[in-house]
Design a protein around this ligand. Structure first.
Ligand code: GLU
Length: 458
């Protein structure tokens, strides 16, 4: 079978192609001369699989999209606290290249407008580093994200550097306000070099997928940045990534994104997919009209809005009441004089707080109500893909309380998602932890009751 996804991406491009409004960025002459017919899209899944269509091998400069990653590098090199002391996290409501600082703190509003991005750049490596050291650090880090060696487009760099008065103005403003400590002209030169790094849509989608995958590279499996940094970058992208169109973007398209004046948009839906679109003609805010249209189509067609509520929590808990019978002809109670029920609670999927709360509620409801007399409680994690920290804490607490109530608790946990022994400290009581259902049945059966069968499919 041929996957329908590449055909779908091609159809998305064909719908965006007739959009002819807008113009390429005029203030960098190389960008002003761009071939405006160019059009491309790519998706990178969090397991490293990439789909693309259109001019997917075409290289263009990252421009402002570099700001998102340089923010992560600054956090790594200077520490989050030092970065937050210098750069805010609020949308500015102004154009990206406005000479603006927050009133109370003198900090740039956020790392995705030029003032914040030049500051973030100045924090890479160390405050006294050279342009060359910072550029090398950024190129290496971005190349690791893209899984290939990236290069600076020197023609684009020269074109912007020869007329960088506004960014120079921002640099000197930052220096006067005590936000950057290095030579402002050097910080601006380094910043413009970072903007001139060339990528393709496939590179950008892959780079975004690292953010979506909590900082771990889907292909190499390497941790590129701490999960907290990936979350921080995605958060500022969600609120400030689309220039002063960020609020409308979040409401209508609904995933974190950063755009650049070369015509690219990089999008990221945590845990799912990295997205990139490219076409050079921009609207008055600096966002590529066709790239915006592509992202809107992808969001609507594939349900990529961050605020879409999912049904996952409702389908995570399955409850079964099993009467386990034992004996030679499978008609005797599972334990001498005991034909009481065994309650089986199964948890499915990637369980977070809402799923663990449903389990807690089900345990409370069933074991204080209709099945109060159940002689054993089986918690099955056989179909549990993962528990996040809070879900694990809630379930550990459930188990502790069941044991305190003198319940016979058996956990079927073949992949150790519960991590009972890693987390349960002290001399507290432990549940029986087994790998298979038949081991659980053997245990519940108890002595003299080995040949256990089951009712109701368990
Ligand atoms: N090099 C550009 C500048 O600072 C980046 C702008 C952008 O892509 O928004 O003017």
């Amino acid at each position: 079978m041929k996957s329908p996804i590449p055909d779908y991406l091609q159809s998305v491009l064909e719908k965006a192609r007739p959009i002819e409004e807008g113009a390429p960025a005029g203030y960098i002459d190389v960008l002003a001369r761009a071939d405006t017919s160019r059009l491309a899209v790519a998706l990178a899944m969090v397991d490293g699989n990439i789909y693309s269509a259109g001019d997917d091998e075409l290289e263009f400069s990252m421009q402002s999209i570099s700001k998102a990653f340089v923010y992560a590098i600054a956090i790594e090199d200077a520490g989050l606290k030092a970065v937050l002391d210098k750069i805010g996290m609020e949308p500015s409501g102004d154009a990206f290249n406005r000479l603006s600082l927050q009133k109370d703190s003198n900090r740039p509003f956020n790392p995705l407008i030029n003032a914040g991005a030049i500051t973030a750049h100045s924090l890479v490596v160390a405050p006294d580093a050279t342009v060359e050291q910072r550029t090398e650090r950024i190129l290496n880090a971005l190349s690791r994200l893209a899984e290939r060696e990236l290069h600076i487009d020197e023609e684009v760099f020269e074109a912007e550097w020869k007329d960088a008065n506004r960014n120079m103005g921002i640099g000197y403003m930052l220096k006067a306000a005590g936000i950057i400590t290095c030579n402002p002209a050097e910080a601006v030169r380094g910043y413009i070099r970072q903007c001139s790094i060339n990528v393709t849509v496939k590179d950008l989608a892959m780079m975004a997928s690292v953010l979506c995958n909590s900082g771990v590279h889907p292909i190499s499996g390497e941790r590129i940045m701490p999960a907290e940094s990936a979350r921080q970058v995605l958060s500022v992208m969600a609120t400030c990534g689309m220039y002063d169109g960020s609020g409308e973007w979040l409401a209508t398209v609904g995933f974190s994104a950063k755009s650049g004046v070369s015509g690219a948009i990089m999008g990221a839906l945590p845990g799912q997919v990295g997205i990139a679109a490219f076409s050079p003609k921009l609207d008055e805010r600096g966002n590529s009209l066709r790239s915006v249209d592509i992202c809107k189509q992808l969001s609507a067609d594939m349900g990529l809005h961050l605020m879409n509520s999912s049904q996952v929590a409702l389908s995570t808990v399955q409850i079964k009441v099993a009467k386990i019978l034992a004996g030679v002809n499978n008609t005797e109670p599972h334990h001498p004089n005991c034909d009481r029920e065994v309650m089986v609670f199964s948890l499915r999927g990637a369980v977070r707080f809402a799923g663990s709360e449903r389990l807690t509620r089900a345990l409370e409801r069933e074991l204080t109500g209709p099945h109060m007399d159940a002689c054993a409680v089986v918690l099955s994690f056989r179909e549990t893909y993962s528990l996040n920290d809070i879900a694990r804490r809630v379930i550990h607490e459930d188990i502790k309380r069941l044991l305190e109530d003198s319940r016979n608790v058996v956990a079927i946990d073949p992949s150790d998602v519960l991590q009972w022994h890693a987390y349960a400290k002290g001399d507290r009581e432990h549940p029986v932890i087994v790998e298979t259902e038949s081991q659980a049945r053997d245990h519940i059966g108890g002595a003299g009751c080995r040949a256990v069968t089951l009712s109701e499919g368990w």
